[in-house]
Design a protein around this ligand. Structure first.
Ligand SMILES: NC(=O)c1ccc[n+]([C@@H]2O[C@H](COP(=O)([O-])OP(=O)(O)OC[C@H]3O[C@@H](n4cnc5c(N)ncnc54)[C@H](O)[C@@H]3O)[C@@H](O)[C@H]2O)c1
Length: 468
C-alpha cells in the first residue's frame, strides 16, 4: 500500500467484499494492520493434534465409495472406479436425479450392484454418515469442496476432493486441522501428477538427470468460453458455477493442474516449501467479447461484470531459493497448455507444445526424436509401466485419471500413505486465495503459510512409487 488513505480504502472495500461472500473480513484474516503478511497468516502454530505427514490407516479389504456430484467429472469417476478391483461404489449423490439413473445403469450393465441414490441438496451429509462408506469422493462445484470434505472426515471417512480443494486460507487450515484431529486421509485429486510425461520427469528428477532444479513452470490454459456459458441441461456446469466464480474473483482460481506435478518434483512440503508469491492479472476481455458475439452486445451475458483477468501469472519463491511460474487462462482462443517446464543445472524438460528434453553436454539443442523416445522408455515411471496400458484403454485425460484412482485405491487397500496429503491439498490450493490477494494489492508479495507446521524440514521428497 503506498499511502494510509489507499490502505484504508483497501480495507473498507475488502471487508465489504468479504461480507458479501459470507467470509471473514480481511481485517480478521490478516490482522488489523491490513498488511497481507501480518497476523494470522502463519499463526496456526502449533496444531492441537499430531501431524498427519505420512499418515497410515487401517488397510481396507474393499474400498466402499460414496461419489458426491455425478456431473461431467463425477460420471467419469463412476466409469473409472467401477473398473478397479477392490473398489465398490456404494452411494451416488447428485441433485439431478437423471445423472444418478445413468450412473446406476452403467453399474448394472457392468455387472455391479446398484449404488444407493441421494438427490436432495443436503443429502450429501446422509451419504457421508453411512456405515457402508469408507471414502467420500467428491466431484462437486468448487465452493462445496471444503465443507463436504470436513463433514466427511468428521464422520470418520477418508475423503478425496476434486481440484482445487479449498478457496480461502481459512478453508485450507480447516482441512489441515480436521485431518489432524480425525486422523483421516484428505487427498486432492490432482490427476496431472499421474500423466505419463509428468511421471517420467519426476522419475528423471529423482535420478538427478536435470541436476539441481532451480526453476519450474506450470499452467492451466484451456479455452472454456463455450462451456462456461452452457446450461447444465445442454451439458454445461451446474448453475454456471465457473462463470459465477469469474464474476466475483480475480487471481488464479485453478492453479493445481500445473502446480501439482512440479511441486512434487521440487519436494514442496518435503524438504522445501512455498515461501512467498507475487501475482499479476491482465484485465478481463475474453468473456465479454465472446458473450457480445454469441448473445449480442446488450445481452445480460455481455453486460455482466467479470472480475477474473484473462491471464494470471503468479511467481512463487521457495524457501530453498527455487522459483515457480504458474499461469491461468480459460478465456483466450489458444491451444490447451499446462507448460510443465523444469530447468536445472544439468538440463531441462518441457511438455508443450511437444515433449522435449535437453541435457548436458549438448543442451543447446533438444534431443532428437529417437533419443527422446529412448530416454522416455528408460525412465518410464513404474506406475505407467505397470498400469499404463489398462489406463489408456479406460481413458480419462489419456489415462492419467485412471492411474490416479488405481493408485489411491491401492494405497487405501494396503494401508499406505497417500501420494498427495492434506498439506499438499492446502499448500497447492492456497494459491487461489493468495494470488487473488496479491492481484488486488498491486502484486504485493505475500507469504505462503507453512501448513505442515515445520514438518517439511524433516520429510523426504515423495519417492518413485509403484503398485507391485
Ligand atoms: N481433475 C480434472 O481434470 C477435472 C476436470 C473437470 C472438472 N474437475 C473438477 O471437478 C469438479 C466438478 O466439475 P464438473 O465439470 O463435473 O462440474 P459439473 O457442474 O458437471 O458437476 C457438478 C455436479 O455436482 C452436482 N451438485 C450440485 N450441488 C449439489 C449438491 N448439493 N449435492 C450433490 N450434488 C450437487 C451438480 O448437479 C453437478 O452434476 C470441479 O471441482 C472441477 O474443478 C476436475
Amino acid at each position: 500500500m503506498s499511502s494510509n488513505r489507499t490502505r484504508r480504502e483497501f480495507l473498507k472495500i475488502s471487508a465489504l467484499g468479504a461480507a458479501a461472500l459470507g467470509l471473514a473480513p480481511l481485517t480478521q484474516l490478516f490482522g488489523q494492520s491490513g498488511d497481507v503478511n501480518s497476523a494470522k497468516l502463519n499463526s496456526r502454530l502449533p496444531g492441537t493434534h499430531a501431524s498427519v505427514m505420512g499418515l497410515t490407516c487401517e488397510p481396507l479389504e474393499t474400498v466402499r465409495i460414496a461419489i458426491i456430484g455425478i456431473g461431467m467429472r463425477g460420471s467419469e469417476a463412476v466409469r473409472r472406479l467401477m473398473q478397479i478391483e477392490g473398489a465398490r461404489i456404494t452411494v451416488i449423490c447428485d441433485v439431478v436425479g437423471e445423472f444418478l439413473k445413468e450412473a446406476n445403469k452403467r453399474l448394472r450393465e457392468a455387472g455391479h450392484p446398484e449404488a444407493v441414490e441421494y438427490s436432495g441438496p443436503e443429502d450429501w451429509m446422509e451419504a457421508c454418515r453411512r456405515d457402508d462408506v469408507d471414502l467420500v469422493y467428491q466431484c462437486t462445484p468448487w465452493l462445496m469442496h471444503t465443507p463436504v470434505a470436513i463433514y466427511a472426515m468428521k464422520q470418520g471417512k477418508h475423503t478425496a476432493i476434486e481440484v482445487p480443494a479449498a478457496f480461502s486460507l481459512d478453508e485450507c487450515w480447516q482441512l489441515v486441522d480436521t485431518a489432524e484431529e480425525t486422523r483421516r486421509h484428505c487427498m486432492m485429486l490432482e490427476n496431472c501428477c499421474y500423466d505419463f510425461f509428468e511421471l517420467a520427469t519426476l522419475n528423471m528428477a529423482r535420478q538427478d538427470l536435470f541436476g539441481e532444479i532451480l526453476h519450474v513452470e506450470g499452467a492451466y490454459i484451456h479455452d472454456l468460453r463455450y462451456l462456461k456459458f452452457l446450461d447444465q441441461k445442454d451439458g454445461g456446469y451446474y448453475k454456471h458455477w465457473r462463470l459465477e466464480y469469474s464474476k466475483k474473483h480475480n487471481g488464479n482460481p485453478y492453479p493445481t493442474h500445473g502446480l501439482g506435478p512440479i511441486a512434487q518434483i521440487l519436494g514442496i512440503n518435503r524438504g522445501d516449501r512455498f515461501d512467498y508469491l507475487t501475482s499479476m492479472s491482465t484485465k478481463q476481455a475474453g468473456l465479454s467479447r465472446y458473450a457480445a458475439e454469441k448473445f449480442g452486445p446488450d445481452s445480460l451475458e455481455a453486460q455482466s461484470n467479470y472480475l477474473l483477468g484473462d491471464m494470471n501469472t503468479t511467481l512463487i519463491r521457495t524457501v530453498k531459493g527455487r522459483t515457480i511460474k504458474i499461469q491461468h487462462d480459460t478465456t483466450s482462443p489458444r491451444p490447451y497448455d499446462r507448460l510443465h517446464l523444469l530447468t536445472g543445472t544439468k538440463g531441462m524438460a518441457r511438455k508443450y507444445p511437444d515433449e522435449a528434453i535437453a541435457l548436458e553436454p549438448n543442451a543447446h539443442s533438444f534431443l532428437r526424436p529417437d533419443e527422446l523416445k529412448a530416454l522416455l522408455t528408460k525412465y518410464e515411471h513404474p506406475l505407467s509401466r505397470q498400469i499404463g496400458e489398462k489406463a489408456k484403454k479406460v481413458g480419462g485425460h489419456g489415462g492419467m485419471d485412471f492411474i490416479m484412482d488405481y493408485r489411491l485405491i491401492y494405497c487405501l487397500h494396503n494401508g499406505l500413505p497417500l501420494d498427495q496429503d492434506v498439506y499438499d491439498a492446502a499448500a497447492w490450493s492456497s494459491i487461489v486465495h493468495l494470488s487473488e490477494k496479491s492481484v488486488q494489492n498491486k502484486s504485493q508479495s505475500i507469504d505462503v503459510p507453512d501448513f505442515t507446521r515445520g514438518a517439511w524440514k524433516e520429510a523426504e521428497p515423495w519417492p518413485v512409487v509403484t503398485v507391485d
